[in-house]
Every structure is written in structure tokens, then in C-alpha cells.
Ligand binder design. Structure first.
Ligand code: BES
Ligand code: MN
Ligand code: ZN
Length: 483
């Protein structure tokens, strides 16, 4: 779905359906919201004295339903911002039960800086995905269509609106079931999003992938009745065409059964339509940058296929020749993501990139290490770049935990048969050895984001909702626009 519209205005719109006032605990209600009756004022004072941060004042017969939100006090501005997003989630719940479709937000005094963040939390919470429902909901829900932040700076509003559109796109792509999203369909979905947002897409088909000798992607695809795709997304506004790009590489496994090494754990396959979430984050990020008209060249590379057991599927013990000519011994066909990413990372060299970031639902080990609360970061880019990414992560609350690429972890990847083994059965720190494997295919500053934990949620979590979260879109937009 397209994100609700985000607008700014200099004054309160005349016909309000909902008005949220965000203000510090000690601040009085601004006069602009109108005069409260004595009973309303007494109720508000009593409620605001309690730890409840959100007071609802239905103003029957007058203009707006009023929501008064007390700005949370947290140790850092970033943590305050996150608490405000969560307030936005609560507010969205009230808006739907009050059946209100348009919201205006005013931030008072020091809370003014957080008014857009409240809008962010509300809009992210308003996401819903129902293209396969054939029966109307009864009673028909009223959906949020528009949020106006009074006094917000135009540039900040445009940036947030574009970012939210990118997140909604990534969520839609992740939530689309495998039977509606073969590798070819996924590539076409990304290309269609590019036509709407303003980035270019070139889809390399199976013969082109064969000509490029992408042995990793082709091997994973062997068990599938559907061909693989390799999508090249490019956003290069006039004047940036000759710049060294940032390249974003996204894992595009449209469904992961594990292949012949079929997933052994009960239910572990159930959510594996989410295994293209890295690719979705790449498309969402490019869409946001293009909608915004950002002055930066970014290339997205998304190798895509499903991973299935089939009569001609690749097998443990196979030796593959990868895009860059290195040979790889296969030990477990469920460690498939690194194979297609390796080909894409090798392919990325031809862009002479200033930085490559790959994003992937790569390992259960990363999910075990940081859970759904963070992204695992590894890579060879310099400290300043990593620090800038950490700063962006705190700002949008998609926080990173860095793991080391110590040489010793590479021991797991030694093979008697080929240049490299892609996976060590029973090895520890599986997210690190996966990254060590990828490192062997890079020759430029590189960062790897393992999003296996946060990409897809089986139970709702505040404004992140349930299902695809769009993880890494807000992070990457913030990071790419911050230098
Ligand atoms: N797609 C999975 C990783 C994953 C796990 C994503 C949980 C999202 C949630 C990946 O391809 C995989 O199967 N990894 C295995 C590798 C191992 C069995 C060789 C893993 O990490 O368990
Ligand atoms: Mn797998
Ligand atoms: Zn996978």
C-alpha cells in the first residue's frame, strides 16, 4: 500500500477531524487548540498527572477530537525519538477506533522537534496488507489517509514522506507470498516500483546470468522450475552519472526450503517467503532516494531465485565456479544466500564503487545473537563510515551490533577440494563465518548487514507491525543522506 500522505502547514487546518498536541510535561496546552470547558480542563489536568502519556478528549459538537501527548523523557534524544514513535503507534490505535482518517499534529516548545517523529510512528503503524482478501471487513474500517504536521520544515517532511513510501514498498514486497513472487515476478515488481518512483531497472535473464558465469546464483537455482534473475537498479540523477556509486546488494531468495539440505527444524520454513527482504530493502531505499530527488548515485544489485530440492538441484559436495572464477565446495545447500551474494559482490567491482553494502536475511546465528532488536554488522569499510552508519542506526532505531572479521574465523572456510568451503557444518559464530566467506569476493570498502532477526516478525511489535518490517530502509536513507 502507498503510505498515507504527509503534509506540512503553517496554521491549523480549519476543518479538523483529529488534532494531536505533543508537549513537554510542564507545558500548558497552546491557545491555538481552542478553549476547554472547565470539566475538560479538570479532566486533562488529572489525566496528565498520571504516568499515562496520551489523553483523549472527545470534543463533541466542536471541531476536533483532541489527543494530548506528553513528551517522554529519555536519556538521549534518539531514545526520546523512539519513545515518540511508539506513542505514535498508540495514537494510531485510537485514531482507528475513533474512525478518523485525517490527523493534524502540533509540537509545543521543545516537543516541536519531535512532531514529525510522532507522524512517523503513526504512519508506520497504519500499514496494512490485504491484497488477497476478497471479503470486505465488517464494519468497514476507516483508514488513515493524511497526516499534517503544523510548522514542520518542508525538506524534512519530504524526506520523511519519501522514506515512508520506501518502507511501505519493502514491506509489500516481503509480504507478497512466494506463489505471487517467483524470481521473475520479484524483478518485475521492483522494476514497476522504479517506474513509479524514478529509478531505472535492468533485469538480466538466465542466458545473461550464464554468460556472466554467476555459478553461485545458477547453482542455487538448479532445483527450481523458474529461472533466476539478476536485477540492476540504478538511480543517478543528472550530474551524478560519472560519480563512483554506492552499491547496495540485496539477497533475493524468494523462498528458501533449504534445497536438498531441506530445513530440518519444525516450522523453520514457514516464514521463508521473507528471504528476499534484503532485496526489498534495496528497492525501498532506491525508491525513497528517487522520490526525494536526492543528489547521489546509487546502484542496487538483487540476485534472485528460490532455493528448492528438485531432481537436478545442486548437492552437498558439489564444487561451483563463481562469477570471479574462485571455486567453492558446497557442504549444505541451505547456506544458499552467500552463494548468490558472492556473485553479486564480485559483479559490483565493475562499478568501482566507493562503498558496497549488502543486506541479507543470511543466518540464524545473527538472529540468535541480536534477536529482532538489531542488525548484525560486519565489514571492511573504515571506522568513520561504520560510525556514520551507527549514528544513523541510533537515529532511526535500527541499531547495529558489530561483529569482528578476525582472520581465525576464516579457518572454517578452508577446503581440501576447492579454493573455499562456503560453510562449516557445526561451526560457531555462523554469522561471522558467512561474512568471512563474502569478504573473499570483495575488493572495495564493504559493509554487510545480516537482518535475519528483524526483517520479518511473527507477532506484532508496535509500529513495526507484523510480517515484513522494511528493516534497513530507514537506516540506509538516513545514512546515505547524512554526508
Ligand atoms: N534464510 C536463512 C536464514 C534465516 C534464518 C533467515 C531465520 C531468516 C530467519 C539462510 O539461508 C539459512 O538457511 N541459514 C542457515 C544456514 C545453515 C543451515 C547452513 C542458518 O543460518 O541456520
Ligand atoms: Mn537457507
Ligand atoms: Zn536463505
Amino acid at each position: 500500500m502507498r503510505a498515507p500522505r504527509l503534509l506540512t502547514s503553517t496554521t491549523l487546518p480549519p476543518a479538523l477531524s483529529a488534532l494531536a498536541v505533543l508537549l513537554p510535561a510542564d507545558a500548558p496546552l497552546p491557545e491555538a487548540v481552542g478553549v476547554l470547558s472547565a470539566a475538560e480542563a479538570a479532566y486533562l489536568t488529572a489525566e496528565r498527572a498520571r504516568p499515562t502519556a496520551l489523553v483523549r478528549l472527545p470534543r463533541y459538537g466542536t471541531a476536533a477530537t483532541l489527543y494530548v501527548l506528553t513528551l517522554p523523557t529519555k536519556p538521549t534524544p534518539d531514545l526520546t525519538r523512539e519513545a515518540v514513535r511508539k506513542l505514535g503507534h498508540q495514537l494510531n490505535g485510537l485514531l482507528s477506533s475513533d474512525r478518523l482518517a485525517a490527523l493534524s499534529i502540533i509540537g509545543v516548545a521543545s516537543a516541536a522537534d519531535f512532531a514529525l517523529t510522532l507522524a512517523e510512528g503513526v504512519i508506520l503503524s497504519a500499514y496494512h496488507f490485504a491484497p488477497y482478501k476478497t471479503k470486505p471487513e465488517v464494519p468497514a474500517p476507516v483508514r488513515l489517509t493524511e497526516v499534517t504536521v503544523v510548522g514542520a520544515a518542508d525538506a524534512a517532511v519530504r524526506k520523511l514522506a519519501a522514506t515512508l513510501d520506501g518502507v511501505f514498498l519493502a514491506r509489500d514486497l516481503v509480504n507478497t507470498p512466494f506463489n505471487y513472487q517467483s524470481a521473475v515476478q520479484f524483478a518485475e515488481q521492483m522494476a514497476e516500483a522504479g517506474r513509479q518512483a524514478g529509478y531505472q531497472t535492468e533485469i538480466l535473464d538466465q542466458p545473461r546470468i550464464q554468460a556472466l558465469k554467476m555459478g553461485g546464483l545458477l547453482a542455487v537455482n538448479q532445483g527450481s522450475p523458474d529461472p533466476p534473475t539478476f536485477s540492476i537498479l540504478e538511480y543517478a540523477p543528472p550530474g551524478t552519472e560519472q560519480d563512483a556509486p554506492v552499491v547496495l546488494v540485496g539477497k533475493g531468495v524468494v523462498f528458501d526450503t533449504g534445497g536438498l539440505s531441506l530445513k530440518p527444524t519444525p516450522n523453520s520454513m514457514d516464514m521463508m517467503k521473507c528471504d528476499m527482504a534484503g532485496g526489498a530493502a534495496v528497492a525501498g531505499t532506491l525508491a525513497a532516494l528517487a522520490l526525494l530527488g536526492a543528489k547521489i548515485r546509487v546502484v542496487g544489485l538483487v540476485p534472485a531465485t528460490d532455493n528448492r530440492p528438485g531432481e537436478v538441484a545442486f548437492a552437498p559436495g558439489d564444487v561451483l565456479t563463481m562469477q570471479d572464477g574462485q571455486t567453492v565446495e558446497i557442504t549444505n545447500t541451505d547456506a544458499e544466500g552467500r552463494l548468490l551474494l558472492a556473485d553479486a559482490l564480485a559483479f559490483a567491482k565493475r562499478y568501482q564503487p566507493k562503498l558496497v553494502i549488502d543486506i541479507a536475511t543470511l543466518t540464524g546465528a545473527a538472529a540468535n545473537a541480536v534477536g529482532k532488536e538489531g542488525l548484525a554488522l560486519m565489514g571492511t569499510a573504515d571506522e568513520a563510515t561504520k560510525m556514520a552508519l551507527h549514528t544513523a542506526g541510533h537515529r532511526v532505531h535500527e541499531r547495529l551490533v558489530e561483529f569482528p572479521l578476525w582472520e581465525e574465523y576464516g579457518e572454517q572456510l578452508k577446503s581440501d577440494l576447492a579454493d573455499l568451503k562456503h560453510y562449516q557444518p557445526g561451526g560457531q559464530a555462523g554469522h561471522v563465518s558467512a561474512a568471512k566467506f563474502l569478504e573473499a569476493f570483495t575488493s572495495y570498502p564493504w559493509l554487510h548487514l545480516d537482518i535475519a532477526g528483524p526483517a520479518f516478525l511473527t507477532a506484532p511489535d508496535s509500529y513495526r507491525g507484523k510480517g515484513g518490517t522494511g528493516t534497513a530502509v530507514r537506516l540506509l536513507v538516513e545514512f546515505l543522506l547524512s554526508d
